[in-house]
Each structure stands twice: as structure tokens, then as C-alpha cells.
Design a binder for this molecule. Sequence first.
Ligand code: PEP
Ligand code: MN
Length: 358
Amino acid sequence: MIIITRASITDAELDAIRERIEQRGMRTHLSRGVERTIIGCIGDESLLAEVPLRSMPGVEDVVPVLKPYKLASREFAAALSVVRVGDDPSRPGRVAAFGGPAIAIIAGPCSVEGPDMLRETAEAVRDAGGVMLRGGAFKPRTSPYAFQGLGASALKMLADVRRTTGMPVVTEVMDPRQIDDVAEHADMLQVGARNMQNFSLLSELGRVKRPVLLKRGLSATIKELLMAAEYIMAQGNRDVVLCERGIRTFEVATRNTLDVAAVPVLKRETHLPVIVDPSHAGGVADLVAPLSFAAIAAGADGLIVEVHPDPANALSDGDQSLSLDGFRELMRRLAPFAAAAGRSLGTSADSARAGAAA
Ligand code: PEP
Ligand code: MN
């Protein structure tokens, strides 16, 4: 359940309500908005049956939350969340904001293949208006004989390019044992589709002080995606960005089926930002632009796009990778769609301001 408090509530009244709830063995979560503050209660609600919450000073209303996800639910937050990436005072650089007024574009190679291609791609992405660099170091490949990524050396390359371009970086973490190393080098940790229900990985990521990009599983429902986010949030990490990346259906004309409807459904159900991966959804470069337009029209807060300086020779996912020119062209064509959705692209206002503040 959530407790909606009066605008006039004092800190002492707020503390008294929380104490009363926690004494009964429940956890509380505070979300302060401009207009209202919400106390979320997590645990067995029957424990509160005898507590006269409604008559406690400062309480406006008590509302049950029937959804199985609590911390991720829209009801639990006083306002939509903005997840800031790269906002670490010990590491100067730009900040990318997800869920604010600007649509944030992440782009980069499927896999980090070497320092030169990474730097060339990063500079092109940044100059075209991308706010973050992606690049796989540990790759979840279907075949054990396929290129598995450069591993730890790719993490170093990402950190180097982060320093020279100022752009925050995101990379996938496949195993709890990789978390510390990835968190040291990257600004955001990606959970890939194949690991969306790796609950021990999710719980460990809940204890890390880095935002998490959580991709929807290949055959996961929207509810399962939100429950996966709940696993991370339940351990204390509230900075989660959700990613719709296509699901497996009977259709084979595309690599996956982009579930465009997932975007407005998620925006209704959760306060977390939602982005779309048109590259893994469509599986071919030609589909990246139309799927990106659809994502923005549906209300996505950002995109994650695969870009490679030489897609024909990429070590993974070349078919779906845009060339550097292709990415520049995409960014030009996205602008009117962003404007039609009442948003700007990440280069303007919000992210630039965020960057200046860093
Ligand atoms: C990726 O982003 O490179 C990737 C492997 O994506 P997914 O987990 O969505 O398949
Ligand atoms: Mn890929």
C-alpha cells in the first residue's frame, strides 16, 4: 500500500508514520515530489490491520497497491523517475539523463573490437548528438564458437574512450563475478535479454552504485520485466532504465518482433524510464530508422542503436549495425519525430545542462 501525505506534513510527522509501520515489521520507501510525498509500504500488509494510519497526523489517503511490483510501480513514486548516468563526482564527464524532457540516444558497436574503431565510433556518435556510448566486452553469443568479446581489455578501452570523449559508457555484465570490474570501468551496467531472469545477478546489481539498463527477455512478459526491475530495486538500487528490444514470436521476417505497445504499457505501469533497441528488434540496418520513429511516437525516453565504422566486417551483429554516416542520417531524421512527441533530442537543453553541471 501507499500512504499519500498532506502537503503540510512535517518531518516529525513523516518519521512517526514510518516508525509505526516499521515497528510492525514492514519496510517503507519515501518518494518526495514537488506536490506530494508518498510513503510506500513493502511486506505483509495484514501486519498493519490494527494501525489507524488514516487518522495519523499528515496522512491524506491510504491506497492499496495490488500489483506484484511495488518499488517499480507508478503508484510508489511521487513523480516519474529521471535516471542520470555518468553523475559520479569522482569521474568528470558528461551526464546522460533518461526520463527527462530530452530523448537520450545511446549508440556504439555491438562488440568493442579495438581502441581505434571504438574511438572513431564514439566521436561520430557524440558529434551527431548521441549522449552515451555502448559497446560489448562480454558477449552473450548463441554459439560458444562465435566471438565472445574482448573481455577485460575491452573494459579498459571503454574507460579510455570515456575519458577522451567525455561520454558515459554502458556495457553488459553477464555474471555476478564481473560486476566490480564492469562498475569500475563503465557508467551503466547492462543486463542482456538472456539474463533478465538471472535473479542472483539482479540482486547483486541492486547493491551497486551504478544505474542499470535492464533489457526485456526474449520471451518475457511485461510483468516479468517489471518484476526483474523489482529484484534490483529491492536491494537498494533505484536507478533502473527498462529496454524493449523485441520479443520472440512466430514471425521470422524480422529477428525479433518489436513490441511497440510495451512502451505505453510500461509508461502507464512504472515511473522508470523506458528505451527501445531497434537494432536487435529488427535485425537489419534498414529497419532501424522506422522502428526508432515508432518507438519515439509511442513515448520512448531513448534508444540504444548499434553503430560500426565498417558494418560488413563487424565481428558481431554487422547486419543490423548502422554505418557512421547511417547514424548521422538517423539522427537528422529523428528530430521531427522527437518534436512531434513534444521532446527534444539528447543534445539540447536537459543533457547539455546536465553535462555542464558535471
Ligand atoms: C546487445 O545489446 O548487444 C545484446 C546482446 O542485446 P540483447 O541482450 O537484447 O540480445
Ligand atoms: Mn548486438
